[in-house]
Ligand binder design. Structure first.
Ligand SMILES: Nc1ncnc2c1ncn2[C@@H]1O[C@H](COP(=O)(O)OP(=O)(O)OP(=O)(O)O)[C@@H](O)[C@H]1O
Ligand SMILES: [Mg+2]
Length: 290
């Protein structure tokens, strides 16, 4: 079912449909007066006294194909309205994050990715979705969104159907821009670390841009240098209690993130906008207003 909360992006309407955000274009290509429903614009060009027939894709047909690709990217439905303009920074790190996300979208593909770290409800997924939306609809990049623990679950289910992890990872390793959400979440098992390692290594090796969001801190622990490299078993044990991303994902992945991305970390006291919204909607001594 479509939500009434839709977002207009230069000719597209982005709205919720089931679990995901989908984009539509107001006019169907069949009704396009410019190309008479063919998807192609024909014109003639005269150069050096010779006349050529030129055929170009109709801009509306291009929009329809971008909208279809966006709808396949599986952005969470709740973030259908997310944009750079409706993100309101509450501190300098958030202002830096929205600026970084905008710059990324404008400079793509000549740019590194980013990692956003911060407490819950501080707009990390909002900014990643705004970035993917812009790149998909305005630039025509192939994008995808994945929440990492849902990917692990999908791969485990795939095993039962005889599918390998590699088969499921393949399309995610090939898109122009992949957003990996909730990095570091999960049980930190060897299976999870190997899956994440494979996905990130494939993208790193191919030089593809990746965006990340995490609740874990991007700081390096003081004792990291003395402790040295950790193998998988030692890593699984040490990572369980850690609040640091480098412990959660391990040295190999963290090292690649440092090269692939710019890091932005929101302070621990950045307000949770879900709670702020709930508080604003409450009447004194009463239930939340709906
Ligand atoms: N600075 C902001 N300006 C406008 N809306 C915001 C801002 N921060 C968060 N929101 C809104 O608050 C809600 C929660 O944001 P979001 O899901 O992006 O948080 P998050 O940092 O990804 O949280 P979590 O760590 O729990 O995944 C969304 O509806 C989002 O649009
Ligand atoms: Mg999030």
């Amino acid at each position: 079912m479509s939500s009434a909360r839709a977002c207009e992006t230069s000719g597209y309407t982005v709205h919720r449909q089931g679990d995901f955000a989908v984009a539509t274009v107001a006019q169907r290509v069949q009704d396009c007066a410019d190309c008479a429903g063919t998807g192609l614009l024909r014109s003639t060009v005269t150069e050096n006294a010779r006349t050529y027939d030129v055929v170009q894709p109709c801009p509306r047909a291009k929009m329809i194909s971008r909208a279809a690709a966006f709808s396949e990217a599986h952005l969470p439905a709740v973030h259908a309205p997310a944009s750079f303009d409706n993100f309101r920074p509450s501190n300098t790190e958030q202002a830096r994050a929205v600026q970084r996300a905008r710059d990324f979208a404008l400079r793509f593909p000549q740019t590194r990715g980013y990692v956003l770290s911060g407490p819950v409800g501080t707009g990390k997924t909002h900014l990643m979705c705004a970035t993917l939306k812009h790149l998909s609809l305005e630039v025509g990049a192939r994008v995808a969104y994945v929440e990492i623990s849902l990917l692990y679950a999908q791969i485990r289910r795939g095993f039962q159907d005889g599918k390998s992890g590699g088969e499921i990872i393949q399309p995610l390793s090939q898109v122009d821009v992949l957003a990996i959400d909730e990095l570091g979440k999960g049980r930190g098992s060897a299976f999870e670390l190997d899956t994440l390692d494979e996905l990130i290594a494939r993208r790193y090796n191919a030089g593809r841009v990746t965006l990340f969001a995490t609740n874990y801190s991007l700081r390096s622990p003081e004792d990291r240098a003395q402790r040295g490299y950790l193998g998988t078993d030692a890593l699984v044990e040490s990572a369980k209690e850690s609040k640091l991303l480098c412990d959660r994902v391990g040295d190999r992945i963290y090292s690649r993130l440092c090269e692939m991305c710019e890091f932005v970390e929101f302070p621990g006291n950045t307000a949770d906008q879900r709670r702020a919204k709930n508080a604003a909607e409450r009447v004194p001594n009463g239930p939340p207003r709906r």
